[in-house]
Write a new protein. Structure first.
Lengths: 114, 113
């Protein structure tokens, strides 16, 4: 059984650019959640994808968007990057069946915006 | 007031000590409580998952939930240098799809040999 994987591991962008982060969910999981973790803080929920649709969103602006593919992998897209977007972006996968959902995290993508 | 409060530490203990990590919360709707361990520059790893009030034990780890006090704890017995990490508490009001986990800031633990 493979765990959650994310790519790339590190990324450096400049303010105003766009970035795409990728996540492959754990085998057997059908739901992907994305979190932003700033230095010294706990992860903050961005949104969740289930059956290829956004299914819950945190307090993040529309320039944060995502996709989920038929194989349950997912992308996080961030447009018009700002300096405050510098953080560790975490993907978590889970199996949603109406109960008992437990989220398992990937290693994260560290984004630096200059 | 933040929904979940967690003392960031750092907490330094000698090997073999009993460690107590705690979180308080304000949202009485929270029913599902988790503890994650995060090593430096890695993703969080699920340690304990508890529903509602009570205790749960797994090896050297014990999780306690007191919903009446809105207080959760993680105890680590016989702590080891490999336990040195940041411990994050997380909670949610529902286990249904679309529910976000709300995290504390994390407590940094250092166990010296």
């Amino acid at each position: 059984e493979t765990g959650v994987t994310q790519s790339p591991t590190h990324l450096i962008k400049t303010r105003g650019q766009q970035v795409t982060l990728r996540c492959s969910s754990q085998s057997g999981h059908n739901t992907v959640s994305w979190y932003q973790q700033a230095l010294g803080q706990g992860p903050q929920f961005i949104f969740q994808y289930y059956r290829e649709e956004e299914n819950g969103r945190g307090n993040f602006p529309p320039r944060f968007s995502g996709l989920q593919f038929p194989n349950y992998s997912s992308e996080l897209n961030v447009n018009a990057l700002e300096l405050d977007d510098s953080a560790l972006y975490l993907c978590a996968s889970s199996f949603s069946s109406g109960g008992g959902e437990t989220q398992y995290f990937g290693p994260g993508t560290r984004l630096l915006v200059l | 007031q933040k929904e979940v409060e967690q003392d960031p530490g750092p907490l330094s203990v000698p090997e073999g000590a009993i460690v107590s990590l705690n979180c308080t919360y304000s949202n009485s709707a929270f029913q599902y409580f988790m503890w994650y361990r995060q090593y430096s520059r890695k993703g969080p790893e699920l340690l304990m998952y508890t529903y509602s009030s009570g205790n749960k034990e797994d090896g050297r780890f014990t999780a306690q939930v007191d919903k009446s006090s809105k207080y959760i704890s993680l105890f680590i017995r016989d702590s080891q240098p490999s336990d040195s990490a940041t411990y994050l508490c997380a909670m949610s009001a529902s286990n249904q799809a679309g529910t976000a986990l709300i995290f504390g800031k994390g407590t940094t633990l250092s166990v010296s040999s």
